[in-house]
Design a protein. Structure first.
Length: 117
């Protein structure tokens, strides 16, 4: 028996934003490598991976006719480092990391709308 793959479709709205925020929170709490993927409207396929051993999120977006774009969001850029912090004790800035992931994904949807006109 062959199983179908169903890819969730999202709209740039609060529901999508909350799913990304929840994914980031759960990823950091569980400290496991996990992924979250879907279609942003019909314009871009995205995959966000939390690479636990490297303490970073990786976003890859497929858009237009098979073009791809990727970006890493690592701990050193998105953590609020204070005196005495170590790799184990430093806290991620959840607002900044989730906002940047969301804006990057939604940006491909907006850019595709301009291309269609």
């Amino acid at each position: 028996m062959i199983s179908e793959v169903t890819i969730p479709r999202y709209l740039p709205n609060d529901s999508f934003h909350h799913e990304i925020i929840d994914f980031v929170k759960v990823s950091l709490n569980d400290s496991k490598t996990v992924s979250f993927m879907g279609l942003m409207e019909k314009y871009a396929f995205f995959c966000v991976v939390y690479d636990a051993p490297e303490c970073r999120f990786i976003l890859s977006v497929c858009y237009e006719n098979g073009k791809t774009w990727s970006r890493a969001f690592d701990k050193f850029e998105y953590c609020e480092w204070r005196d005495g912090d170590t790799d184990e004790t430093v806290k991620w800035n959840l607002r900044d990391i989730t906002n940047d992931i969301i804006c990057n994904i939604e940006g491909f949807s907006s850019a595709s709308l301009l291309i269609e006109d």
